[in-house]
Write a protein of this length. Sequence first.
Length: 366
Amino acid sequence: MPSSRESGHLSTHTVDSIQPIIWDSRGCLRLLDQRRLPEEETYLEFTDPREVAAAITDLVVRGAPAIGITAAYAVVLSALRHSEHPQPLVQIEQDMEVLRAARPTAVNLEWALARMDQLIHSCDPSSMGRLAGDLLQAAMEIHQHDIAANHAMGELGASLIEPGSAVMTHCNAGALATGGYGTALGVIRSAFGQGRVRQVYAGETRPWLQGSRLTAWELCREQIPVSLVTEGAVAPLFREGLAEWLITGADRIAANGDVANKIGTYSAALHARHHGARVMVVAPLSTIDFSADSGEDIPIEQRSPDEILTAGGQPVAAAGAGAWNPVFDVTPAELVDVIVCETGIARAPFRESLSALAGRNTASGG
Ligand code: MRU
Protein backbone atom coordinates (compact mmCIF):
# COMPACT_ATOMS: atom_id res chain seq x y z
CA MET A 1 0.00 0.00 0.00
CA PRO A 2 1.31 3.51 -0.66
CA SER A 3 2.65 5.38 2.33
CA SER A 4 2.04 9.12 2.66
CA ARG A 5 5.78 9.76 2.26
CA GLU A 6 5.59 8.14 -1.15
CA SER A 7 2.41 9.82 -2.30
CA GLY A 8 2.70 11.76 -5.54
CA HIS A 9 1.30 15.23 -6.17
CA LEU A 10 0.79 16.87 -9.54
CA SER A 11 1.85 20.35 -10.49
CA THR A 12 2.26 22.38 -13.67
CA HIS A 13 5.46 21.97 -15.70
CA THR A 14 7.10 23.87 -18.47
CA VAL A 15 7.11 22.46 -21.98
CA ASP A 16 9.63 19.68 -22.65
CA SER A 17 12.30 20.25 -25.28
CA ILE A 18 11.02 17.09 -27.01
CA GLN A 19 7.39 17.49 -28.09
CA PRO A 20 5.92 14.51 -29.92
CA ILE A 21 2.42 16.02 -30.11
CA ILE A 22 1.60 19.68 -30.77
CA TRP A 23 -1.88 21.17 -31.12
CA ASP A 24 -1.77 24.00 -33.62
CA SER A 25 -4.32 26.74 -32.86
CA ARG A 26 -5.19 26.94 -36.58
CA GLY A 27 -7.07 23.67 -35.94
CA CYS A 28 -4.52 21.05 -36.87
CA LEU A 29 -2.50 18.40 -35.07
CA ARG A 30 1.26 18.14 -35.57
CA LEU A 31 3.00 14.84 -34.85
CA LEU A 32 6.75 14.32 -34.75
CA ASP A 33 7.29 11.45 -37.22
CA GLN A 34 9.02 8.88 -35.00
CA ARG A 35 9.65 6.58 -37.97
CA ARG A 36 12.28 9.06 -39.18
CA LEU A 37 14.14 9.59 -35.92
CA PRO A 38 16.97 9.97 -35.16
CA GLU A 39 18.01 11.03 -38.69
CA GLU A 40 15.25 13.59 -39.23
CA GLU A 41 13.03 15.68 -36.97
CA THR A 42 9.98 16.08 -39.20
CA TYR A 43 6.46 17.03 -38.13
CA LEU A 44 3.43 15.80 -40.07
CA GLU A 45 0.22 17.86 -39.99
CA PHE A 46 -3.24 16.36 -39.65
CA THR A 47 -6.76 17.71 -39.99
CA ASP A 48 -8.45 14.36 -40.78
CA PRO A 49 -9.06 12.14 -37.72
CA ARG A 50 -8.92 8.99 -39.85
CA GLU A 51 -5.46 9.94 -41.07
CA VAL A 52 -4.49 10.31 -37.41
CA ALA A 53 -5.77 6.77 -36.80
CA ALA A 54 -3.59 5.53 -39.67
CA ALA A 55 -0.61 7.45 -38.22
CA ILE A 56 -1.12 5.66 -34.88
CA THR A 57 -1.23 2.27 -36.64
CA ASP A 58 1.85 3.14 -38.71
CA LEU A 59 3.85 4.27 -35.62
CA VAL A 60 4.25 7.91 -36.60
CA VAL A 61 3.33 8.35 -32.94
CA ARG A 62 3.71 5.47 -30.49
CA GLY A 63 3.96 4.79 -26.76
CA ALA A 64 0.80 4.22 -24.72
CA PRO A 65 0.20 7.71 -23.23
CA ALA A 66 1.17 9.47 -26.47
CA ILE A 67 -1.32 7.35 -28.41
CA GLY A 68 -4.09 8.29 -25.95
CA ILE A 69 -3.33 12.02 -26.13
CA THR A 70 -3.16 11.90 -29.93
CA ALA A 71 -6.53 10.14 -30.12
CA ALA A 72 -8.07 12.81 -27.87
CA TYR A 73 -6.88 15.57 -30.24
CA ALA A 74 -8.15 13.51 -33.20
CA VAL A 75 -11.64 13.66 -31.67
CA VAL A 76 -11.33 17.46 -31.69
CA LEU A 77 -10.41 17.28 -35.39
CA SER A 78 -13.48 15.12 -35.95
CA ALA A 79 -15.75 17.65 -34.22
CA LEU A 80 -14.28 20.50 -36.30
CA ARG A 81 -14.64 18.52 -39.50
CA HIS A 82 -18.27 17.57 -38.92
CA SER A 83 -19.48 20.80 -37.31
CA GLU A 84 -21.77 21.58 -40.27
CA HIS A 85 -23.07 18.03 -40.63
CA PRO A 86 -26.76 17.47 -39.73
CA GLN A 87 -25.74 14.58 -37.43
CA PRO A 88 -22.29 15.49 -36.13
CA LEU A 89 -22.37 13.05 -33.20
CA VAL A 90 -22.92 10.04 -35.48
CA GLN A 91 -19.93 11.12 -37.58
CA ILE A 92 -17.74 11.67 -34.53
CA GLU A 93 -18.70 8.26 -33.10
CA GLN A 94 -17.71 6.62 -36.40
CA ASP A 95 -14.33 8.36 -36.36
CA MET A 96 -13.86 7.26 -32.76
CA GLU A 97 -14.50 3.64 -33.75
CA VAL A 98 -11.73 3.89 -36.33
CA LEU A 99 -9.40 5.48 -33.77
CA ARG A 100 -10.21 2.82 -31.16
CA ALA A 101 -9.12 0.09 -33.58
CA ALA A 102 -5.80 1.77 -34.45
CA ARG A 103 -3.77 -0.24 -31.91
CA PRO A 104 -5.09 -2.87 -29.50
CA THR A 105 -2.70 -3.20 -26.54
CA ALA A 106 -2.18 0.33 -25.19
CA VAL A 107 -5.22 0.88 -22.98
CA ASN A 108 -4.59 4.64 -22.85
CA LEU A 109 -6.17 4.83 -26.31
CA GLU A 110 -9.51 3.44 -25.05
CA TRP A 111 -9.17 5.44 -21.83
CA ALA A 112 -8.76 8.78 -23.62
CA LEU A 113 -11.55 8.02 -26.10
CA ALA A 114 -13.88 7.06 -23.23
CA ARG A 115 -13.17 10.45 -21.60
CA MET A 116 -13.97 12.27 -24.84
CA ASP A 117 -17.06 10.13 -25.41
CA GLN A 118 -18.36 10.95 -21.94
CA LEU A 119 -18.01 14.65 -22.69
CA ILE A 120 -19.78 14.27 -26.04
CA HIS A 121 -22.69 12.50 -24.40
CA SER A 122 -23.01 15.00 -21.59
CA CYS A 123 -23.17 17.82 -24.15
CA ASP A 124 -26.46 19.74 -24.18
CA PRO A 125 -27.88 19.66 -27.79
CA SER A 126 -28.39 23.44 -27.58
CA SER A 127 -24.64 23.96 -27.04
CA MET A 128 -23.35 21.81 -29.93
CA GLY A 129 -21.63 24.90 -31.32
CA ARG A 130 -19.27 24.79 -28.33
CA LEU A 131 -18.52 21.07 -28.67
CA ALA A 132 -15.18 21.35 -30.49
CA GLY A 133 -13.97 23.97 -28.00
CA ASP A 134 -15.01 21.85 -25.02
CA LEU A 135 -13.34 18.77 -26.54
CA LEU A 136 -10.16 20.75 -27.17
CA GLN A 137 -10.06 21.83 -23.56
CA ALA A 138 -10.51 18.18 -22.46
CA ALA A 139 -7.73 16.98 -24.82
CA MET A 140 -5.38 19.68 -23.53
CA GLU A 141 -6.16 18.67 -19.95
CA ILE A 142 -5.36 15.03 -20.74
CA HIS A 143 -2.09 16.21 -22.31
CA GLN A 144 -1.11 18.50 -19.41
CA HIS A 145 -2.09 15.95 -16.79
CA ASP A 146 0.13 13.36 -18.47
CA ILE A 147 3.17 15.67 -18.34
CA ALA A 148 2.51 16.51 -14.69
CA ALA A 149 2.03 12.80 -13.88
CA ASN A 150 5.38 12.00 -15.49
CA HIS A 151 7.19 14.58 -13.37
CA ALA A 152 5.51 13.24 -10.21
CA MET A 153 6.45 9.65 -11.14
CA GLY A 154 9.97 10.80 -11.96
CA GLU A 155 10.45 12.05 -8.40
CA LEU A 156 8.78 9.02 -6.79
CA GLY A 157 10.71 6.48 -8.85
CA ALA A 158 14.04 8.28 -8.45
CA SER A 159 13.68 8.16 -4.65
CA LEU A 160 13.95 4.34 -4.82
CA ILE A 161 17.31 4.30 -6.62
CA GLU A 162 20.59 4.26 -4.70
CA PRO A 163 23.10 7.02 -5.64
CA GLY A 164 25.53 5.99 -8.39
CA SER A 165 23.38 3.17 -9.80
CA ALA A 166 23.29 1.75 -13.30
CA VAL A 167 19.90 0.85 -14.74
CA MET A 168 18.52 -0.89 -17.78
CA THR A 169 15.46 0.25 -19.73
CA HIS A 170 13.70 -1.32 -22.69
CA CYS A 171 11.82 0.14 -25.67
CA ASN A 172 11.16 3.88 -25.40
CA ALA A 173 9.15 5.17 -22.46
CA GLY A 174 10.43 8.71 -22.79
CA ALA A 175 9.12 12.12 -23.79
CA LEU A 176 8.41 10.67 -27.23
CA ALA A 177 6.08 8.03 -25.82
CA THR A 178 4.10 10.44 -23.65
CA GLY A 179 2.90 14.04 -23.47
CA GLY A 180 6.45 14.92 -22.41
CA TYR A 181 9.25 13.98 -19.94
CA GLY A 182 8.47 10.24 -20.04
CA THR A 183 7.55 7.48 -17.59
CA ALA A 184 10.56 5.15 -17.25
CA LEU A 185 12.82 7.80 -18.81
CA GLY A 186 11.20 10.40 -16.55
CA VAL A 187 12.45 8.41 -13.56
CA ILE A 188 15.86 8.05 -15.20
CA ARG A 189 16.04 11.78 -15.99
CA SER A 190 15.07 12.72 -12.42
CA ALA A 191 17.44 10.14 -10.93
CA PHE A 192 20.32 11.26 -13.17
CA GLY A 193 19.76 14.86 -12.06
CA GLN A 194 20.04 13.72 -8.43
CA GLY A 195 23.21 11.64 -8.99
CA ARG A 196 21.32 8.40 -8.44
CA VAL A 197 21.80 7.11 -11.98
CA ARG A 198 25.27 7.23 -13.56
CA GLN A 199 24.77 4.83 -16.48
CA VAL A 200 21.83 3.61 -18.57
CA TYR A 201 21.73 0.41 -20.59
CA ALA A 202 19.02 0.50 -23.26
CA GLY A 203 17.71 -2.63 -24.97
CA GLU A 204 17.87 -2.03 -28.72
CA THR A 205 14.28 -3.37 -29.02
CA ARG A 206 13.98 -5.48 -32.13
CA PRO A 207 12.42 -5.20 -34.60
CA TRP A 208 11.44 -1.53 -34.60
CA LEU A 209 14.50 -0.35 -32.63
CA GLN A 210 12.70 2.01 -30.23
CA GLY A 211 15.69 1.63 -27.88
CA SER A 212 18.47 2.31 -30.41
CA ARG A 213 16.68 5.03 -32.33
CA LEU A 214 14.49 6.80 -29.77
CA THR A 215 15.69 6.14 -26.22
CA ALA A 216 19.34 6.62 -27.16
CA TRP A 217 18.40 9.84 -29.01
CA GLU A 218 16.56 11.23 -25.98
CA LEU A 219 19.32 10.33 -23.52
CA CYS A 220 22.16 11.56 -25.75
CA ARG A 221 20.41 14.93 -26.10
CA GLU A 222 20.59 15.26 -22.32
CA GLN A 223 24.09 13.86 -22.04
CA ILE A 224 22.94 10.94 -19.93
CA PRO A 225 25.43 8.11 -20.58
CA VAL A 226 23.69 5.34 -22.52
CA SER A 227 24.97 2.04 -23.88
CA LEU A 228 22.84 -0.09 -26.15
CA VAL A 229 22.51 -3.81 -25.57
CA THR A 230 21.07 -6.45 -27.86
CA GLU A 231 18.22 -8.50 -26.41
CA GLY A 232 20.62 -11.46 -26.21
CA ALA A 233 23.02 -9.51 -23.98
CA VAL A 234 20.46 -8.86 -21.24
CA ALA A 235 21.11 -12.11 -19.31
CA PRO A 236 24.89 -11.55 -19.06
CA LEU A 237 24.31 -7.86 -18.28
CA PHE A 238 22.39 -8.77 -15.13
CA ARG A 239 24.58 -11.80 -14.34
CA GLU A 240 27.62 -9.53 -14.29
CA GLY A 241 25.80 -7.13 -11.98
CA LEU A 242 26.12 -4.26 -14.45
CA ALA A 243 22.67 -2.85 -13.62
CA GLU A 244 20.80 -2.66 -10.33
CA TRP A 245 17.37 -1.96 -11.80
CA LEU A 246 15.28 -2.75 -14.85
CA ILE A 247 12.98 0.27 -15.36
CA THR A 248 10.25 0.15 -18.00
CA GLY A 249 6.94 1.70 -18.95
CA ALA A 250 3.73 -0.23 -19.62
CA ASP A 251 1.01 -0.41 -22.26
CA ARG A 252 -1.60 -1.97 -19.99
CA ILE A 253 -1.46 -3.17 -16.39
CA ALA A 254 -4.05 -5.72 -15.26
CA ALA A 255 -5.80 -5.49 -11.88
CA ASN A 256 -3.46 -8.16 -10.45
CA GLY A 257 -0.32 -6.24 -11.48
CA ASP A 258 0.58 -8.23 -14.63
CA VAL A 259 2.26 -5.78 -17.01
CA ALA A 260 1.95 -5.71 -20.81
CA ASN A 261 4.86 -3.84 -22.38
CA LYS A 262 7.11 -4.02 -25.43
CA ILE A 263 8.18 -7.52 -26.45
CA GLY A 264 11.39 -8.35 -24.60
CA THR A 265 10.30 -6.82 -21.30
CA TYR A 266 9.25 -10.21 -19.89
CA SER A 267 12.59 -11.86 -20.61
CA ALA A 268 14.49 -8.81 -19.32
CA ALA A 269 12.45 -9.01 -16.07
CA LEU A 270 13.18 -12.74 -15.76
CA HIS A 271 16.91 -12.12 -16.16
CA ALA A 272 16.88 -9.16 -13.77
CA ARG A 273 14.99 -11.08 -11.08
CA HIS A 274 17.11 -14.22 -11.52
CA HIS A 275 20.29 -12.23 -10.93
CA GLY A 276 19.03 -10.15 -8.01
CA ALA A 277 18.30 -6.84 -9.78
CA ARG A 278 14.99 -5.12 -9.12
CA VAL A 279 12.16 -4.40 -11.55
CA MET A 280 10.36 -1.04 -11.61
CA VAL A 281 7.37 -0.35 -13.87
CA VAL A 282 6.42 3.31 -14.29
CA ALA A 283 2.98 4.14 -15.66
CA PRO A 284 0.17 6.64 -15.06
CA LEU A 285 -3.16 5.46 -13.64
CA SER A 286 -4.60 5.72 -17.18
CA THR A 287 -2.51 2.62 -18.06
CA ILE A 288 -4.19 0.43 -15.43
CA ASP A 289 -7.09 -1.60 -16.78
CA PHE A 290 -9.10 -2.80 -13.79
CA SER A 291 -11.44 -4.64 -16.16
CA ALA A 292 -8.54 -6.95 -17.06
CA ASP A 293 -8.30 -9.35 -14.14
CA SER A 294 -4.89 -10.66 -15.20
CA GLY A 295 -2.49 -10.51 -18.14
CA GLU A 296 -4.52 -13.22 -19.87
CA ASP A 297 -7.21 -10.61 -20.54
CA ILE A 298 -4.81 -8.23 -22.32
CA PRO A 299 -4.93 -8.25 -26.15
CA ILE A 300 -1.45 -8.58 -27.65
CA GLU A 301 -0.85 -6.82 -30.95
CA GLN A 302 0.60 -8.93 -33.76
CA ARG A 303 2.28 -6.91 -36.50
CA SER A 304 3.44 -7.73 -39.99
CA PRO A 305 6.22 -10.36 -40.36
CA ASP A 306 7.88 -7.83 -42.69
CA GLU A 307 9.04 -5.85 -39.64
CA ILE A 308 11.29 -8.83 -38.84
CA LEU A 309 12.08 -10.00 -42.37
CA THR A 310 13.27 -6.59 -43.58
CA ALA A 311 15.25 -3.64 -42.24
CA GLY A 312 15.03 -0.21 -43.83
CA GLY A 313 13.06 -1.78 -46.67
CA GLN A 314 15.84 -4.31 -47.44
CA PRO A 315 15.38 -8.06 -46.91
CA VAL A 316 17.45 -9.40 -43.99
CA ALA A 317 16.11 -12.96 -43.88
CA ALA A 318 16.29 -15.96 -46.18
CA ALA A 319 13.69 -15.71 -48.94
CA GLY A 320 10.73 -17.92 -48.03
CA ALA A 321 11.13 -17.62 -44.23
CA GLY A 322 8.10 -16.49 -42.23
CA ALA A 323 8.14 -14.65 -38.89
CA TRP A 324 6.06 -14.50 -35.71
CA ASN A 325 5.82 -10.90 -34.57
CA PRO A 326 3.92 -10.28 -31.31
CA VAL A 327 5.01 -6.74 -30.35
CA PHE A 328 4.11 -6.88 -26.65
CA ASP A 329 4.49 -9.45 -23.89
CA VAL A 330 3.13 -9.80 -20.37
CA THR A 331 5.46 -9.74 -17.38
CA PRO A 332 3.79 -11.59 -14.51
CA ALA A 333 3.24 -9.49 -11.39
CA GLU A 334 5.51 -11.74 -9.31
CA LEU A 335 8.52 -10.48 -11.30
CA VAL A 336 7.71 -6.82 -10.57
CA ASP A 337 9.04 -5.12 -7.42
CA VAL A 338 7.27 -1.78 -7.71
CA ILE A 339 4.75 -0.05 -9.95
CA VAL A 340 5.16 3.73 -9.79
CA CYS A 341 2.06 5.80 -10.59
CA GLU A 342 1.48 9.54 -10.24
CA THR A 343 -0.31 9.02 -6.91
CA GLY A 344 2.29 6.78 -5.27
CA ILE A 345 4.22 3.53 -5.34
CA ALA A 346 2.47 0.14 -5.45
CA ARG A 347 4.02 -3.07 -4.13
CA ALA A 348 2.68 -6.63 -3.91
CA PRO A 349 -0.09 -7.52 -3.38
CA PHE A 350 -0.79 -5.31 -6.38
CA ARG A 351 -4.52 -5.92 -6.54
CA GLU A 352 -4.87 -3.98 -3.29
CA SER A 353 -2.08 -1.47 -3.72
CA LEU A 354 -3.06 -0.47 -7.29
CA SER A 355 -6.71 -0.07 -6.24
CA ALA A 356 -5.62 2.15 -3.36
CA LEU A 357 -3.51 4.34 -5.68
CA ALA A 358 -6.49 4.68 -8.03
CA GLY A 359 -8.82 5.53 -5.14
CA ARG A 360 -10.95 2.45 -5.73
CA ASN A 361 -12.81 0.62 -3.02
CA THR A 362 -11.74 -3.06 -3.24
CA ALA A 363 -14.01 -4.13 -0.36
CA SER A 364 -17.09 -3.53 -2.54
CA GLY A 365 -15.27 -4.89 -5.61
CA GLY A 366 -15.54 -1.39 -7.16
O1 MRU B 1 5.02 -0.28 -30.00
P1 MRU B 1 5.28 0.93 -29.15
O2 MRU B 1 6.52 1.65 -29.50
O3 MRU B 1 4.07 1.83 -29.08
O4 MRU B 1 5.48 0.34 -27.69
C1 MRU B 1 5.72 1.23 -26.65
C2 MRU B 1 6.03 0.58 -25.36
O5 MRU B 1 6.00 -0.61 -25.22
C3 MRU B 1 6.30 1.50 -24.19
O6 MRU B 1 7.20 0.90 -23.31
C4 MRU B 1 4.98 1.76 -23.46
O7 MRU B 1 4.01 2.23 -24.34
C5 MRU B 1 5.15 2.73 -22.36
S1 MRU B 1 5.42 4.35 -22.98
C6 MRU B 1 5.47 5.44 -21.71
